[in-house]
Design a protein around this ligand. Sequence first.
Ligand code: ADP
Ligand code: ADP
Length: 220
Amino acid sequence: MLEARALRKTFARTVALDGVSVEIGDGEIVAITGPSGSGKSTLLHCLAGIIRPESGEVHLDGRRVDTLDETGRTSLRRQSFGVVFQSGRLVPELTAQENVALPLLFNRHGRRESLLAARSRLERLGVADCADRRPGELSGGQLQRVAVARALVTGPRVVFADEPTGALDSLAGERVMDELVGTARADGATLVIVTHDNRVAAYADREIALRDGRTTGVTV
Ligand code: ADP
Ligand code: ADP
């Protein structure tokens, strides 16, 4: 169970989160929706231990996430989380296959095994032909699929995705969503997706709608 209680986060004078509480069950697929600037990305970043809220708490299975130091949060992310960022954030010097292998290498898996697992993830997302190319040589849609492969490669307990289909045409978007949702269901992983696209939200079991840094109600 992933749980946030009364999260508050401000940037300068902007209140990004104004007392947000959510509970996300194991294996649940949840869409965080709302207009631009409503705090969706900030909520995702707090849940994933990427940023710390000013007040409030984040718990994973009853264990505090938000009070961990940088090392603790990094190790939690490596062990339990996979994150797909809006803009991909791949390492430009590495090939797509090496980028996808990286989380496994960080978790001390062997190089050969990691590269093989990376290759098979790229194949499932239909971008095996990109394996030996660097991010600078890939299209937006290819980059996003590589980023999804990288987030899933360790078989994380919780996958966070920030507008995972934002840069994609509808066919590529469907492929990414099918792979994200299919993998989460098969592994019993929890999936938390930030989106303003109704077609993406339709994949979720539940929607958490935000407006001005607050939840507006939870729909099924
Ligand atoms: P959403 O994902 O719903 O578009 P965000 O969580 O990105 O919303 O942002 C919520 C509010 O906080 C917005 O007003 C945004 O401009 C502001 N914000 C987010 N991150 C930062 C930051 N690093 N510095 C300053 N303001 C930020
Ligand atoms: P991405 O597409 O990579 O998610 P975002 O637009 O969400 O890009 O924001 C990129 C970075 O800029 C994030 O770290 C976010 O917190 C920060 N950010 C968002 N809004 C603002 C803002 N109004 N002022 C400063 N930084 C912001």
